[in-house]
Ligand binder design. Structure first.
Ligand SMILES: [Zn+2]
Length: 172
């Protein structure tokens, strides 16, 4: 398994709308295993394909508690078929926006229909961190970042910081 370079904001690729996956083959499975290794290495609890430069609707997540056994999930072409009216606020971060965090409100419980890495149709109900995480990763499929859910003032502050960090990195 390979560790893939993660794209960080600002980067136009993070605004791309990803296409559905059509081929469930060894290439997809190897790529998603690399995504998972990349996510664990970062470390993070979720990663969408576009964050490593591939505009496909595929994500990996693992929201197991610290110290518990790993619970990797491979979600391909996921769709939310039900979401609760109850909202949950969580301080989100993103591997593409390193060291930036903000409170984001999203439906607390969702039902998701998706295909696994073998193409089999699956459904799951998610709550807590897993619910937040799947919704966050699905946003990446449509070029949406967690900062797009907060006030323009806060968003611009975060984006300015990221731009600055990138410039520093480039020069030094
Ligand atoms: Zn993210």
């Amino acid at each position: 398994m390979a560790i893939l370079p993660i794209i960080t904001a600002p980067d136009p690729r993070l605004k791309i709308r990803s296409e559905p996956v059509e081929q469930f083959d060894d290439e997809l499975r190897a790529f998603m295993d690399d995504m998972l290794a990349t996510m664990y290495d970062a470390p993070g609890v979720g990663l969408s394909a576009i964050q490593v430069g591939v505009a496909k609707r595929a994500m990996v997540v693992d929201c197991a508690e610290d110290g518990a056994a790993a619970e990797p999930l491979y979600l391909v072409n996921p769709e939310i078929v039900e979401s609760s009216e109850d909202l949950r606020s969580y301080e989100e971060g993103c591997l593409s926006l390193p060291e930036q965090y903000a409170e984001v409100e999203r439906p607390a419980v969702i039902r998701v229909r998706y295909r696994d890495q073998f193409g089999a149709e699956q459904e799951l109900q998610a709550e807590g961190l897993l619910s937040t995480c799947i919704q966050h990763e699905m946003d990446h499929f449509d070029g949406v970042l967690f900062v797009d859910h907060i006030s323009a003032l806060k968003r611009n502050m975060i984006l300015r910081r990221l731009k600055k960090a990138k410039k520093l990195q480039a020069t030094g």
